[in-house]
Ligand binder design. Structure first.
Ligand SMILES: C[S@@+](CC[C@H](N)C(=O)[O-])C[C@H]1O[C@@H](n2cnc3c(N)ncnc32)[C@H](O)[C@@H]1O
Ligand code: SF4
Ligand code: SF4
Length: 337
């Protein structure tokens, strides 16, 4: 790691500073609709940029603002074998699975910075009791939580307990055609999941979402999933297909350039073994290939305040891979509009 620290890119030159400034300002300027307020907003943004640029304490980036999302891949294990996804193919061994107390400890240290905790996987409900424990802690700390699940392991007891916590549940559905379901998910539990969705709808009300992956394989199915969601008043989210080690095909050959910086900079991502990265596609960024640290060995604040963490965040401002379009990497204001 020390070798990486000595990279020349970490010592700011004039071109580096200019690049950094434009990397921040141009995407910001593109998002200003009303030209009349453009000048004062750009001035304020420049002041903010200067503070972050010249005030060296990286802790400023992480404290006092509810601007970060903590995304925990609680496990790589899964009860499905989806053809779109390769995560289930490399489940973590028992000794590589973080005890829930370590995650809760991390959550307690940075909760003031978080606008949301997201639990994903693998299948998070393989650790149903841990999910509820984390949900309770988030409730105590007043941080909203969102769990993404394949819907197979939902139970009445879980839904009743989860409903009390008032967090969001996202169930993944890419088709409502029984024959395709088996093909897509590698398991025949269409009836079980559809029944669980109805149960979740009645227990969670407007806290339930359905998410579909848009790929060549699903483009004809998604309108039908959307109709199903509309019939049952369930908000529907579409996620573009990315390479997660699966074998589906994207509907577009190129990444759409939205002109907006990748918002993954706001994310703090934790792997099942406790490794910390800034986005789950970090392997695309040479400086971010290695995890920034591990919450079993160091506390999260130390990890986030490392110089490499700050440098990786800076590089992410101008990063432009297709993963930028994943729902967790879209700026919150766009997500909510
Ligand atoms: C990796 S899964 C983990 C949570 C849970 N097992 C599930 O399927 O909902 C998280 C989300 O990513 C979506 N997903 C899976 N493979 C994907 C891919 N190749 N591209 C984009 N999204 C994908 C899933 O549909 C799900 O909504
Ligand atoms: S998409 Fe979710 S349910 Fe499907 S294999 Fe991947 S982790 Fe499991
Ligand atoms: S574009 Fe992809 S690799 Fe780059 S910062 Fe965003 S999520 Fe990470």
């Amino acid at each position: 790691m020390s070798l990486i620290y000595r990279r020349k890119a970490n010592q700011p030159s004039l071109t580096h500073v200019i690049h950094d400034y434009y990397g921040e300002i141009i995407p910001f300027a593109k998002r200003i609709d009303q030209k009349i307020v453009a000048l004062p907003l750009l001035l304020l943004k420049t002041i903010e940029w200067s503070i972050y640029r010249w005030y060296k304490t990286p802790i400023r980036r992480f404290y006092g603002v509810k601007g970060n999302e903590l995304i925990y891949m609680i496990t790589r294990r899964c009860c499905d074998k989806c053809s779109k996804c390769g995560i289930w193919k490399i489940p973590e061994p028992d000794n590589q699975h973080l005890p829930v107390s370590e995650f809760i400890n991390c959550l307690n240290q940075i909760h003031e910075n978080l606008y949301q905790v997201t639990l994903t996987g693998g299948e998070p409900l393989l650790y149903l009791e841990d999910v509820l424990l984390i949900g309770e802690e988030c409730k105590k700390l007043n941080v909203p939580m969102l769990v993404v699940t394949n819907g197979v392991l939902l139970t009445k007891r879980f839904l009743q307990a989860y409903a009390k916590l008032e967090h969001i549940l996202v169930i993944s559905v890419d088709t409502i055609n029984t024959a395709k379901w088996v093909n897509f998910r590698g398991r025949n539990h269409f009836e079980l999941v559809m029944g669980n969705i109805m149960l979740a709808r009645s227990s969670l009300g407007n806290k339930l979402r359905i998410q579909s992956v848009l790929a060549k394989e699903t483009q004809d199915d998604i309108p039908l999933v959307k109709n199903f969601c509309d019939e049952h008043s369930i908000p529907h989210i579409i996620q573009p297909y990315m390479d997660f080690g699966g074998c589906w095909h994207s509907t577009t050959s190129k990444a759409k350039d939205t002109g907006v910086a990748c918002a993954a900079r706001k994310n703090i991502c934790i792997y099942p073994n406790g490794d910390v990265v800034k986005c789950f596609d970090h392997h695309r960024i040479p400086l971010a290939k290695e995890p920034l640290g591990n919450i079993k060995k160091e506390d999260i604040i130390t990890i986030l305040c490392k110089r490499r963490s700050t440098e990786v965040s800076k590089i992410m401002k101008t990063c432009n891979y297709p993963c930028k379009q994943l729902s967790c990497n879209i700026p919150i204001d766009i997500c909510n509009s």
